[in-house]
Design a protein around this ligand. Structure first.
Ligand SMILES: [Zn+2]
Ligand SMILES: [Zn+2]
Length: 539
């Protein structure tokens, strides 16, 4: 098999960790594209190469060491046209036969796989992908698809055929070379008590704002040659420890325990559902950015988070086949968004968007917010929904979240022209108008057109829309645009009136907090946001 196998993730047998034996150990990719990395350990450790051979045995150092890349060559890929994804091999074969009848040779690729816990299969997210492969470049794949596969809906994907290679060198604080290895240095601390500090390792979203000095980890770490040929850091974490760390970044200690429990179950489900599907061509299971889930390797998890994760251990959101990709975001604004607006696959939406309240009259009134006229009214009102926290007496920390329920951001025309031009890297000229093209059920825009004198620009996806239209970023793409005009009918300012924060799909974290404060438990919270999905303890 090409690439790094991710299917059949076996349970780990780390003797030193404090988690039960048999718990799967995840490999998390921390950062890519580095030429060198500085690190320090607080206790004794060994350095191993790819074959597990010791380069340094049982050493200690109180100062920073450094790994540098000496020569490298990136991975090589072939391109394929993906024509369909299936849970069932027979369904995939049906499509394969249909294509063979048309004279098109295809192959079935397997993604996902079985997850083992204590040698028992606890989830199986195997997918069968029908592809036409062996195309040498992306362009060749696009041309082939346009000519021969235009009647199908298709997607271009790549597959690694040659692993990246690099020579890594290890130096001490005096820049004395201690060893070298092909592709991998594996750092194995003597015990879980030994902490590894990695320097200059920002979390996504922090990169522009305030780069952190270092992050701390425990357990084995790898400095490995990534697909782009540079160094990636991979840390190994038992599944439940990973969930703890993810949850700690998503909640604050003022959240009621049931809201944290709901978050833990969502994060655990999303983790398990993603294994072997995302990052299939990488040497790790999940990345540490929002593409997967934010992870910073936190060693000291707050007690409340630990408790919520332990009390829900092994509990997931599951449909009749497998664990579902349970998304979450800070505040839906009163209506959650449809799954397919952030993730497109062939399996349809695992759960529907919901009105985030209990008042049935309001629900009837605001079932669909895809039209500007309905949304305009919605963002000016303060509907009685769960994430409208204005009626809740609470702490300062919740006050910050509360303000995101309805928000307004104003820009002079020239100011916004400059922002858009800078972010797009092109001078747009005079800004005439900004027109939402497509909205989801919650009112979130996922296609918008900017009309300007030098060029018109179409933005796709909530991420890009929120980034480009504000000096920092808009809290969500659920907004209406109001303009003020001069006497000649020329726009002089743009006002964004919006609702909520984040993509709005799945669990609304603010709504979950309000529900918990109203006495709902984590089961009730999750069955509100994930209609038709069951809770099940799989280990
Ligand atoms: Zn990722
Ligand atoms: Zn909400």
């Amino acid at each position: 098999m090409l690439g790094q196998p991710h299917v059949d993730l076996e349970s780990g047998n780390q003797s030193e960790n404090t988690y039960p034996d048999g718990m799967p150990v995840l490999r998390i990719g921390l950062i890519e594209s580095r030429d060198s990395v500085e690190f320090r350990l607080t206790g004794r450790f060994s350095v191993l190469n790819n074959q597990g051979v010791s380069i340094l045995k049982d050493v200690a150092s109180s100062v920073k060491w450094r790994v540098k890349i000496e020569q490298y060559s990136p991975a090589k890929y072939i391109y394929s046209v993906l024509l369909g994804k299936f849970h069932d091999r027979l369904e995939a074969q049906e499509l394969e036969y249909k294509l063979i009848e048309k004279g098109i040779g295809t192959r079935i690729k397997i993604r996902g796989g079985k997850l083992y816990y204590n040698d028992r299969v606890v989830n199986d997210n195997t997918q069968f992908w029908v592809v036409v492969d062996d195309l040498n470049s992306e362009q060749e794949a696009v041309t082939f698809a346009k000519h021969s596969l235009s009647e199908f809906s298709y997607q271009i994907i790549n597959e690694k055929i040659n692993e990246p290679r690099a020579l890594l060198e290890l130096f001490d604080s005096e820049f004395e070379k201690l060893g070298e290895a092909e592709n991998v240095f594996r750092i194995v601390p003597e015990s879980q008590q030994v902490i590894t500090y990695i320097y200059d390792l920002p979390l996504e979203n922090e990169i522009q704002n305030r780069p952190v000095k270092y992050r701390s980890f425990n357990g084995p770490l790898e400095f490995r040659c990534a697909n782009d040929g540079k160094i990636i850091i991979i840390c190994e974490v038992p599944l439940e420890k990973y969930v703890e760390s993810v949850v700690a970044l998503e909640v604050n200690s003022d959240f009621p325990i049931d809201a944290i429990g709901a978050q833990a179950i969502a994060a655990r489900s999303k983790t398990i559902a993603s294994l072997g599907i995302k990052h299939h061509e990488d040497t790790f299971h999940l990345c540490s950015g929002t593409h997967c889930q934010l992870f910073n390797g936190l060693i000291q998890t707050p007690e409340k988070v630990k408790k919520a994760v332990q009390e829900t251990m092994g509990i997931v959101l599951r449909d009749n086949r497998q664990v579902v990709d349970a998304n979450y975001s800070l505040m839906c604004g009163g209506h959650t968004e449809a799954y397919h607006t952030i993730i497109q696959d062939d399996f349809g939406d695992p759960y529907p968007p919901v009105f985030d309240g209990s008042d049935q009259n309001q629900k009837e009134k605001y079932i669909d917010l895809t039209e500007d006229i309905d949304l305009n009214k919605w963002v000016r009102e303060e509907p009685d929904v769960y994430c409208n926290l204005f009626n809740i007496q609470s702490s300062n920390k919740l006050n910050c979240i509360r303000k995101q329920f309805r928000w307004q951001i104003n820009y002079d025309r020239q100011e916004l022209e400059e922002i858009i031009s800078t972010k797009m890297g092109t001078d747009i000229g005079v800004l005439y108008d900004i027109i939402p093209v497509r909205r989801g059920t919650s009112g979130r825009i996922f296609e918008i057109e900017i009309l300007a004198s030098n060029q018109n620009i179409v933005l796709y996806g909530m991420q890009q829309i929120c980034q480009v239209l504000a000096s920092e970023r808009l809290p969500s793409s659920c907004f209406v645009i109001n303009r003020q005009f001069d006497d000649n009918g020329f726009p002089i300012s743009f006002i964004f009136n919006g609702a909520g924060a984040g993509h709005g799909v799945g669990l609304c974290q603010a709504g979950g907090v309000a529900m918990a404060l109203h006495g709902k438990d984590h089961c009730e919270i999750l069955s509100h946001y994930f209609k038709g999905i069951n809770l099940k303890k799989i280990y």
